[in-house]
Design a protein around this ligand. Structure first.
Ligand code: ADP
Ligand code: MG
Length: 403
């Protein structure tokens, strides 16, 4: 939720619901501490709850690090200890008494936000030895899987979808169909509207016109998490992940919709069995794309190519019926590309359907059943790889711009 909601929503997570839950939990904790405070003091007056105190609590959290539990303790300790010191030291330095520590804390806050926006605890974390997550999921129960559509069943029908950004028509009445078991390529020069088409199909952007049908049912206007629930999963052209989590944890996020435990079960640690199942599935998907040996690395430390592969594993973890990949081979080395093509072929053999945006022509030609070519937001043509390759129109529009 902190790094942007698009990825979480694309994995089926209702970020609004979780923000609300976090808010309620925080309110309950505040209420309990207020009750304990009143019980202890035997009187209640407004000054401990003033705006100044509120700012101080916020300062403690930001200074320590808002995304770390121990950051709150560190922040509170640092603020309280330095406040005591400053109250003695400052009047001696300046010569008059007064609340000057507020000024010092103001300066400290600016420095912290500039040089350690994640808080002081991150410096401690970096010094601590990092233990790999204990691998205890060999006997974990398998996650529920969805019934896969039969080969040839119409899956996705994109009907005259349109997207306008102000005066720019990024996608201009584009139509195409995908049947179960197909690998369809979507190609076109930069700025042709391929990623925007992806965002229209997956509900990340609202359509300006047209409609999208999923197995005969309109999904136009649905939120991306509702679309994800129906079995469409995707990767992003600009990788979206949580860099400070491990590869395994990032991939396990994709399994969110296959879990049943909610917040309260998780708080009481009653979801451990299910969590083991999620990690087992995440490891299985990582092994499939050849990254199991890197599962304990921090996602943020990976190069761009492996980050893309990780996103594919995350998308596979949702158990999709249709997989949308936005430039999966970009940034991969030749060997890695071949390995990726093998994985995609194997997915097809298992009955998965794929829509693939890709720049590498060789990669698309060898892999896809059909190709849709876009230029300036419109559909230029659709055909088999051989037809597309032979088309002078496509050559002029697409291959011509490659030089
Ligand atoms: P592609 O993925 O084919 O390279 P995009 O779908 O990213 O192309 O972009 C298509 C066009 O729409 C480009 O001209 C781009 O500048 C524009 N565009 C994409 N997203 C936005 C946005 N959020 N606001 C305004 N213009 C956008
Ligand atoms: Mg793009």
């Amino acid at each position: 939720m902190k790094n942007g909601a698009t990825m979480a929503e694309a994995m089926g997570i209702s970020t609004f619901r979780y923000k609300m839950e976090v808010f309620v939990i925080a309110a309950v904790l505040a209420a309990i501490s207020g009750w304990l405070f009143a019980f202890f003091q035997r009187t209640v007056n407004p000054s401990p709850f003033s705006i100044g105190k509120g700012i101080e609590y916020l300062f403690m959290a930001v200074l320590g690090g808002v995304s770390h539990v121990w950051g709150a303790f560190l922040g509170a300790a640092v603020v309280k200890l330095t406040e005591d010191q400053l109250q003695v030291l400052l009047p001696r330095l300046i010569g008059t008494s007064g609340n000057f520590e507020g000024i010092v804390f103001g300066v400290v806050l600016i420095v912290v936000l500039k040089y350690a926006p994640e808080g002081l605890w991150t410096f401690v974390v970096r010094k601590l030895p990092r233990a790999d997550r204990k691998r205890d999921w060999d006997t974990a129960p398998a996650l529920p899987a969805r019934d896969k559509p039969a080969r040839g069943e119409p899956l996705l029908q994109v009907q005259a979808v349109r997207k306008q950004f102000g005066g720019l028509t990024a996608v201009n009445d584009v139509s195409f169909d995908i049947q179960a078991g197909d690998i369809v390529g979507l190609i076109g020069p930069n700025g042709a509207g391929k990623s925007t088409t992806f965002n229209l199909i997956t509900g990340v952007l609202a359509l300006s016109g047209g409609q999208v049908l999923w197995r005969g049912e309109p999904i136009t206007g649905m939120a991306s998490r509702q679309i994800a629930r129906r079995g469409i999963s995707r990767t992003f052209q600009h990788v979206k992940m949580i860099p400070e989590m491990t590869v395994l944890e990032n991939v396990a996020l994709g399994g969110y919709l296959r879990g049943r435990s909610g917040t309260f079960k998780a708080m009481l640690r009653l979801d451990r069995q299910e969590e083991r199942g999620l990690f087992a599935e995440a490891e299985r998907q990582l092994a499939r794309i050849g990254m199991a040996d890197r599962m304990h690395e921090l996602a943020g430390n990976l190069a761009l190519g492996p980050q893309r592969l990780m996103e594919i594993a995350r998308a596979l973890c949702t158990d999709p019926a249709l997989l949308l990949l936005d430039e999966p081979a970009a940034g991969l080395r030749h060997k890695e590309k071949q390995a990726l093509a093998d994985v995609l072929r194997q997915l097809k053999a298992e009955g998965m359907s794929l829509l693939l945006v890709e720049h590498d022509m060789e990669f698309v030609m060898g892999l896809t059943d059909r190709i849709v070519v876009m230029e300036f937001g419109t559909r230029l043509m659709e055909g088999t790889p051989a037809q597309v390759q032979a088309s002078p129109q496509v050559r002029a529009a697409y291959l011509g711009t490659e030089h």
